[in-house]
Design a protein around this ligand. Structure first.
Ligand code: KDG
Length: 327
């Protein structure tokens, strides 16, 4: 059974064959994306048995998604196929220097979601009565959730609340629950992000970017965030210069800078970081090595074209971790 279970929506991703405004793009390549399944895949690559709980449509994209996540070594036995609702899609717009009107500009990209009413948006607390999901949760040590799910529908928000906020149900009572803020403003139109702080404080491990914390909470300062969220064992803040600071409950802060790499495609790097940090947590590594494992895993996502990190063999990761752990 998986040690770590990640729950949330994944989608078919349409990547443009060339940069430029969508009105001029002729073709797209199909890929797979979704924050929580990215984490599950990166955990598996780091040697942590992982599972992914979600819902997909009874369609080709749903089958492709489930098979793709399974091919990364993730347990997909608790993925439910919805007979009526479709698998969600997102489309990436990549800026270039085409000079065409509405070009986002080189180095910039935007996600366009087609996921309202998707199979995964129908997730709700009813999940707890699903035998396959109950089985995975019962055998796990860690459950990973994100703020994306809280934005998808009332049922999804209720599910996140139920799993996370104390008193927790029997299904998650003994688990370490991590929560990555994953602020996606486009998903919150017509929904109130004021629900987020209570979810953040209920987590055991809270992961967030300083920029998104600034947008949602008005501060990205790790100590201010620690003071704001007293409950999590660790508050892990990634800043714009890619310094990550983990602050424990006693206020002890450990900061670790990211590796310098040539960025090919940044999507999914936050998920890979989360996977590294969480794998380090499950392995009982000290705070600095957890952060380093997060950075190593993120570096792999940053240097790969898709959303997912291709990690080097486990022995190489272990050697790199120790080589970089000079203390
Ligand atoms: O973290 C990467 C995700 O943003 C991407 O895979 C798509 O899950 C996704 C989302 O909802 O934005």
């Amino acid at each position: 059974l998986p040690e770590a279970v990640c729950l949330g929506e994944s989608m078919a991703v349409l990547l443009p064959e060339r940069p430029g405004p969508l009105e001029t793009v002729e073709g797209f390549r199909v890929s797979l994306g979704g924050a929580e399944s990215n984490v599950a895949g990166a955990l598996a690559a780091l040697g942590v048995r992982s599972g992914w709980i979600s819902r997909v449509g009874d369609d080709g994209f749903g089958r492709r998604l489930t098979a793709g996540v399974a091919a990364r070594g993730v347990d997909v036995s608790a993925v439910v196929v919805d007979p009526a609702r479709p698998t969600g899609i997102y489309l990436k717009e990549v800026g270039g220097s085409t000079g065409e009107p509405h070009d986002l500009g080189s180095g910039r990209s935007r996600l366009h979601y087609y996921r309202a009413g998707s199979a995964a948006a129908a997730l709700s607390p009813a999940l707890l009565a699903e035998p396959a999901a109950a089985r995975l949760l019962a055998g796990a040590r860690l459950l990973h959730l994100s703020g994306i799910t809280a934005a998808l529908s009332d049922g999804c928000l209720e599910l996140v609340r139920t799993l996370l906020v104390r008193p927790r149900p029997a299904a998650t009572r003994g688990l370490l629950v991590s929560f990555d803020l994953n602020w996606r403003p486009a998903l919150w139109h017509g929904r109130d992000p004021a629900v987020l702080p209570a979810l953040m404080d209920a987590a055991d491990v809270l992961l967030l970017g300083a920029d998104e914390a600034e947008a949602v909470l008005g501060t990205g300062d790790p100590h201010a965030l620690r003071a704001r969220f007293p409950s999590p064992a660790n508050v892990v803040v990634k800043d714009a210069d890619r310094l990550v600071t983990a602050v424990g409950r006693d206020g002890t802060a450990v900061g670790e800078a990211a590796l310098t790499v040539e960025v090919v495609e940044a999507t999914g790097a936050g998920d890979a970081f989360a996977a590294g940090y969480l794998a380090g947590t499950l392995r009982g590594l000290d705070q600095r090595r957890r952060l380093r494992l997060g950075h190593l895993s993120a570096a792999c996502a940053l240097t790969a074209p898709g959303d997912q990190a291709e990690l080097p063999p486990r022995e190489v990761v272990a050697a790199l971790l120790d080589a970089s752990a000079g203390d």
